[in-house]
Design a protein around this ligand. Structure first.
Ligand code: EPU
Length: 453
């Protein structure tokens, strides 16, 4: 196994410029590996063990490098076979890290908040800097801090960051989440597994990535049961070992390439894409008129050659249509015949990316009201969280800047489907969650090049 190549703190990979000549159907085969939103959490879980863990099918994305570096500065020894997708994490010597180093390595990632429970168990304290993440809403951490407090942690907000201690240890507790937050559910899991006594979490998020994290923790020796009513019960144990786990496939990446196939009138086989975690996406893809062939080793997504259909769609927590599929799908809806209605209920500010699509020729109007379904928690606020997409519209090349990870990939999809050349700035942000997307574009026959002009 090769040694980890670390990314120097502050390295700016976000500023590179990408050019796409659109109009070519994407055609061919690509592979997706482990889900970014599981892999990063499973890596943090390794901190809880007394022996090394092995994570397999790890994608080569910058979020993995960020978490590797964060673990390294906390004393975890890491070996990474990048090509083989294998990560070995040895937490025998966990140690304190300096908040400035955490800040420098975390960049805009929100992962440090999930280090809190494991570090409290290992070291009795945790320090985290102010957190970033994609600019798709306020993205507060109040649920996380409330969760930690209810286990008995003391949260002290200081100038350099948030200092968290547990002078009397962490004790099992009853927690109810007012909204089924993915991160807060993971916070509970990563803290409760080694807390004293039983924890009962109601209102939990039940995304497939969370079920996979539960599987990882069970392999380490944790006692966790998941009921059908969003209740998770965790019996704390005194010690956890390591795990050997194959990460579930990245269903967001698979869905993104599926939308790219539709927009470019292409035909893409996504090797590794799994049916069950994508069931809701597959229903919507079919309703829009996309062609599907579901196989054991992957899913083929193609444009059927007939007009795409407009739909009404609401994003939701699992098992609903996930918010991360929304942005790529909106680009596909610009090509559908008629008026589509979209209601984003997970993030208050995830439709800002549509204005650049309008500059490319799309007709998308955003609204503050909850359109096309139930009212959501943003209904009485001023957030433009619903959209009406009128199609079909021809897209034309433009000069655009990546706003966030999924929005950025959506611009790439729009550029691939547009007439003429697009310039996409800040393309490096896409490396956070889309493994080797340049190689995949090449494999699918896209016409692109990188460089200033
Ligand atoms: N929220 C709060 N307070 C908190 C935490 C969350 O109000 O303390 C709110 C958020 O502002 C948001 C909602 O709760 O409106 C849901 O947030 P959640 O905690 O579920 O999201 P997350 O854990 O921060 C993960 C993924 C996101 C994905 C969401 C929803 C990771 C690293 N990120 O975020 O993925 O959109 O769950 O499924 O797992 C992405 O991959 O591009 C991405 C943004």
């Amino acid at each position: 196994m090769g040694a980890l190549t670390s990314v120097p703190p502050g390295k700016d990979t976000m500023s590179s410029t990408f050019h796409v000549r659109g109009g070519r159907p994407l055609d061919g085969e690509i592979t997706v590996r482990g889900a970014k939103n599981l892999v990063s959490k499973a890596m943090v879980a390794a901190l809880l063990g007394t022996s090394p863990s092995v994570l397999r099918s790890v994608p080569d994305i910058s979020d993995v490098r960020i978490v590797s570096n964060l673990l390294s500065i906390h004393g975890v020894k890491i070996e990474h076979d990048v090509a083989g997708g294998e990560l070995r994490l040895d937490p025998s010597n966990v140690e304190r890290a300096h908040v400035a180093d955490i800040d420098a390595h975390a960049g805009s990632s929100r992962i440090p908040i999930l280090f809190c429970g494991p570090l409290l168990h290992r070291l009795g304290e945790a320090i985290i800097p102010d957190l970033g993440g994609c600019r798709i809403g306020d993205r507060p951490i109040n649920y996380h801090l409330d969760v930690l407090r209810s286990f008995g942690a003391i949260v002290d907000k200081r100038e350099m960051g948030i200092h968290i201690t547990a002078p009397n240890g962490l004790r099992g507790t009853k927690i109810h989440l007012e909204y089924p937050s993915v991160g807060a559910t993971e916070q509970v899991l990563l803290t409760a597994v080694r807390a004293q006594g039983v924890t009962e979490l109601t209102g939990a998020a039940v995304e497939p990535e969370i079920e996979d994290l539960i599987a990882v923790l069970q392999k380490m020796g944790a006692l966790i049961s998941l009921q059908t009513d969003r209740t998770i019960t965790i019996e704390g144990v005194d010690e956890l070992g390591g795990y050997d786990h194959v990460a579930l496939a990245d269903r967001i990446e698979a869905g993104s390439w599926a939308c790219a196939a539709l927009v470019t009138k292409g035909d893409v086989f996504v090797r590794g894409a799994q049916q069950k975690p994508m069931a809701t996406f597959l229903n919507i893809f079919r309703k829009v008129g996309g062609g599907l062939e579901i196989r054991e080793d992957g899913i083929r997504f193609h444009h059927p050659g007939t007009p795409l259909k407009a739909i009404a769609l609401e994003t939701d927590v699992h098992p609903g249509f996930m918010t991360d599929w929304q942005q790529p799908l909106v680009v596909a809806l610009t090509q559908a015949d008629g008026i589509s209605i979209l209601h984003e209920t997970v993030y208050e500010n995830r439709l800002g990316f549509t204005s650049a699509l309008n500059d490319m020729g799309a007709r998308i109007q955003v609204y503050r009201e909850c359109l096309g379904g139930s009212s959501c928690r943003f209904g009485r606020s001023n957030y433009n969280h619903s959209a009406v997409v009128s199609g079909p519209t021809s897209l034309r090349g433009a000069d655009i800047t990546v706003p966030d990870l999924r929005g950025g990939f959506s611009y790439l999809i729009a550029a691939l489907g547009a007439e003429g050349v697009s310039t996409i700035r800040g393309i490096g942000l896409i490396d956070r969650g889309y493994e080797s997307f340049r190689d995949k574009l090449t494999a699918l026959g896209a016409d692109y090049w990188e460089g200033e002009e």
